[in-house]
Design a protein around this ligand. Structure first.
Ligand code: RIB
Ligand code: CA
Length: 313
């Protein structure tokens, strides 16, 4: 029985791969996609989500736009990493569908209420929409199986010395999700930095012989140039599809239960995820925290899924 999921995202090069993985593996039933401002503005992340779903051959998956800024503070997009469009690299012009005329939190509410069973929420951007859902519609909480999010880190950050982009963008939202009492799985940089899109990966996309494979190769080539320029990485880490992989095949991501707090007030550390791996605080664990990745199995899962997707329209 395919697991029903909703993906909340801010496409974003790695969000695009997360959507393709979910669309290309029948073990998941992608009920809907919601978009949030993060890597780029809400208008751009929404248009990008529609484009990727069209390219994946699943244009009927409903998409709804959510919050255009974090709960507190202002939005700072990651244009240096994802470009002016949010998906720089390939030429993605072409027909796209329309986003639903409801807010992301309302689409999530409707999909969860109508799913006939528990729904897994996979978040690959700032957690603004997910936090808003939990606060605006507490009645859906019993119908959420768990929240799996890409964000945070057990070590250092990427946006501030100790802050990862999705959490730094909206620390209050992450705090709400981690205090919700729901089963939460955190996929942080300490694991995602192991999933590097090397030349071999790019060659694998090209070897598919499909327009989608070429587009993925061009996305990763741009992503690589950005990560090389900004972070000095030889190859770019694809963060977001690991959150989907953790749902598809839990054996791929090793997790430990740990207390996770979000720093909201630190002058230098606001948005840091403070993960008590050694249980020094005596606090109760509130998340399963990713600490290991079967890198080869992850890439097999992703390449197989993209290879199964239909030709682009
Ligand atoms: O820090 C990496 C995360 O921030 C990824 O989800 C990337 O897409 C950006 O949203
Ligand atoms: Ca993202």
């Amino acid at each position: 029985m395919a697991e029903p999921v909703i993906i909340d995202c801010d496409p974003g090069h790695d969000d695009a791969l997360a959507l393709l993985l979910a669309a290309g593996d029948q073990r998941l039933r992608l009920l809907g996609v919601t978009t949030v401002a993060g890597n780029q503005t809400l208008e751009k992340t929404t248009r990008n989500a529609l484009r990727i779903l069209a390219l994946a051959g699943v244009p009927d998956v409903p998409v709804a736009a959510g919050c255009a800024r974090p709960l507190v503070g202002e939005l700072t997009v990651a244009e240096d990493i994802h470009g002016a469009s949010g998906l720089d690299g390939p030429d993605l012009d072409g027909p796209v569908g329309e986003a639903a005329g409801v807010h992301a939190a309302e689409l999530m509410r409707r999909l969860i209420a109508g799913a006939g069973g528990p729904v897994t929420l996979i978040a690959t951007g700032p957690l603004t929409n997910v936090a808003l859902l939990l606060r605006a519609h507490p009645e859906v909480v019993p119908r959420v199986r768990r929240v799996v999010f890409m964000g945070g880190s057990t070590e250092r950050g990427n946006t501030t010395p100790y802050g990862e982009f999705n959490i730094v963008t909206d620390p209050e939202a992450a705090d709400i999700v981690l205090r919700s009492g729901l089963p939460v799985t955190m996929i942080g940089l300490n694991v995602t930095h192991q999933a590097l899109a090397t030349e071999e990966v790019i060659a694998g996309f090209l070897a598919m012989g499909t327009r989608l494979g070429v587009i993925c190769a061009e996305l990763m080539t741009f992503f690589a140039s950005a990560y090389r320029r900004v972070f000095g990485f030889e190859h770019p880490p694809v963060h977001d599809p690991i959150a989907v992989a953790a749902v598809l095949d839990p054996s791929i991501v090793r997790t430990v239960a740990a207390p996770v707090a979000v720093e909201l007030a630190g002058a230098y550390t606001r948005g840091a995820t403070v993960v008590d791996l050694h249980r020094r605080t005596g606090r109760t664990p509130n998340a399963e925290v990713a600490v290991g990745l079967d890198v080869a199995a992850f890439w097999r899962l992703l390449m197989d899924a993209v290879g199964r997707l239909d030709q682009a329209p």
